[in-house]
Design a protein around this ligand. Sequence first.
Ligand SMILES: *Cc1c(COP(=O)(O)O)cnc(C)c1O
Length: 379
Amino acid sequence: MGEPIPFNDLTLQHAPLRAALEAAIGRVLDDNAYIQGPHVQRFEEAFAERLGVAHCIGCSSGTAALVLALEAVGVRPGDDVITTAHTFFAGPEAILALGARPVFVDVDPRTATLDPAAVEAALTPRTRAILPVHIYGGVCDMDRLAAVAEAAGVPLVEDTAQAHLARWRDGAAGTLGAAGTFSFFPGKNLGALGDAGAVVTNDAALAERMRSMRDHGRLSKYEHGAIGFNHRMDGVQGAVLEVKLRHLDAWTEARREAAARYVEALAPRGIAVVETLPEAVHAYHLFVVRVPRRDAVQRVLQAAGIASGVHYPVPCHRQPALANMAQPSLPVTERLADEVLSLPLFPGITAAQQARVVDALSAAVDAVSAAPQADAVPG
Ligand SMILES: *Cc1c(COP(=O)(O)O)cnc(C)c1O
């Protein structure tokens, strides 16, 4: 067994930037600009420019971004928001935090993204918004979702927490609906040194509402026009993100190259990969395969020194927190939850490491399928 292979390695990303990051943090100290301020504003401008969108509103997390965006498009208590259960819990949580109800619909089995036909079938007069998630960095079918949303007169809010610089045709993911939300959690494709997030939009009125709501609904220092909250971004995070943003294109390209190596190496082994649509350019936050008896396969991989992840084993509609609400059965989502396995993927992963991952995965799948039952597999 060689050196263990980690799932992600942020040291590789931060070591070459150490001096630049320390200098950026130093500038925040020099300026005493700890909350929002010029460093956050410069990052907002740079991120908006890179995405080709008019407005970026920095905030405290991807979850805060979801709350801000959904509130701004008009989600209120008693409303419904149609979304996916094959995601991190923050989306449904943001909907519920606004007093609205997540209406979960199933996903496309090939791409694991929201199925536009299922969204259309779930529309009712109570539907106030649609929240697609570009899960793993793969983009939802935005042509069909936009058509469904427009016909219904309902805004689309894109959860782009995993899809920085992903594209649908010529447009950046996150800029294709009414608003797009981003997370800069440290392990995301663009990560802060703590929690941070942002919303982007081309709608000036939405932008103004979100800028106010992230800061206690302020109209001015002592005037509060609405009940907002403290969703502000720290100056340190803005300064750090401004430095790291300059590398995001190169890091994203490295992810795409590594993903292409996996796709090529896995095809002859007969291991299924979560696919992406031809109109989309993937951001590869995660590289996800589908394997039967996933938990046993993961244990065998772990024993071989290869880290992996599961995104996500418990779909949102099956979360204990939602057990008091009637939930639909979502067969594709439930099957994905049992089968998905995320392989090590990060800028700087080597072709040799990836070859070991593929060999070990292939051997693990064979060993597990040969065993009479999953529990009999050592590991
Ligand atoms: C990470 C993530 C979030 C939440 O972002 P935080 O910054 O951790 O609050 C929301 N949605 C998805 C799909 C995510 O992956």
